[in-house]
Design a binder for this molecule. Structure first.
Ligand SMILES: C[S@@+](CC[C@H](N)C(=O)[O-])C[C@H]1O[C@@H](n2cnc3c(N)ncnc32)[C@H](O)[C@@H]1O
Length: 269
């Protein structure tokens, strides 16, 4: 991406926007994207230096998104997705995966980074005539605001899959805040809906702990993950490292070494 002054929606950004790394742009850098700046690459490299596995986690996170969305749209038959903390458009975005399985799928993306907003307008657009893809610029710390907007676009009498992938460690300063966000979202959706939370886990990996602390990212303990799914039925295989959630069979067979980032998928009974 050019480092020249920008026009359009990005022109209205806070003056220091490009001087500080943003989680969406650092993530894009780790995924090998082009929508990042020197400040993001420096922050991303400092993290890699402490914890090189983050590159594997970033790539495996997108692979996880594909497996989860395919499962929900395919085997389960969910047709509405509320993907909060979308990130910059990349390969295999939620709407592409869901609409490839079920063209009538409706996707509402939510993020609070202005650069995601700018790209979403151009790239996160419907891939089918039957479906629907839209974007809401909002902060996950205000779930009621997100829900009010989503209600005008999705049918809250029908199941909704709420995706929170790699966002709450950034957005929620405390576990209580994380829990309040997941509770509000789950309370709003009907029976047969799904909650998916993937985030960095506190599983005693010192280098991961140091690197995430440097980025101001809060790790979630496994008990805290489980608490977010209280009252929901966990989908097999339950709470596991991201790369162990229904992995594709590899040629060599066997499981990949577990990553320190976990995921769980729960169904509202
Ligand atoms: C690590 S990226 C994850 C992207 C994508 N979900 C994935 O798994 O590949 C985190 C995303 O969460 C967004 N985010 C962080 N804090 C947020 C907040 N308070 N409200 C809404 N989005 C937020 C960032 O802008 C970024 O796009």
């Amino acid at each position: 991406m050019s480092e020249e002054p920008v026009e359009g929606p990005l022109a209205r950004l806070p003056e220091d926007y490009f001087r500080k790394p943003s989680s969406a742009r650092v993530w894009d850098y780790w995924l090998g994207g082009k929508d990042n700046y020197a400040v993001d690459r420096a922050a991303g490299d400092a993290f890699i230096e402490k914890y090189p596995d983050i590159l594997m986690i970033a790539r495996q996170s997108r692979a996880l998104l594909v497996r989860v969305v395919r499962h929900l749209a395919g085997e389960v038959g969910v047709r509405q997705f509320l993907d909060i903390g979308t990130g910059l458009p990349t390969l295999n975005n939620t709407h592409e995966v869901a609409q490839a399985v079920a063209p009538e799928s409706k996707i509402v993306y939510v993020d609070n980074d202005p650069i995601v907003l700018a790209h979403a307008r151009a790239l996160l657009t419907n891939t089918t005539s039957e479906g629907f893809t839209t974007y809401v610029h909002a902060d996950v710390r205000e779930p009621e605001h997100i829900l009010a907007q989503a209600r005008t676009m999705l049918d809250f009498e029908q199941p909704v899959a709420v995706l929170l992938l790699g966002i709450l460690g950034h957005a929620a300063d405390t576990f209580e805040q994380m829990r309040a966000i997941t509770s509000s979202l789950v309370a709003a959706v009907p029976s047969g809906s799904y909650l998916v939370v993937a985030d960095g886990a506190e599983v005693g990996v010192e280098e991961f702990r140091e690197a995430t602390a440097m980025r101001g990212y809060r790790l979630t303990t496994l008990d805290q993950f489980r608490a977010c799914f209280e009252g929901l039925d966990l989908v097999e295989p339950g709470l596991v490292p991201r790369n162990h959630w229904r992995p594709e069979k590899t040629e060599v067979g066997g499981n990949l070494p577990p990553v320190a980032s976990y995921v769980a998928v729960g169904r509202k009974p």
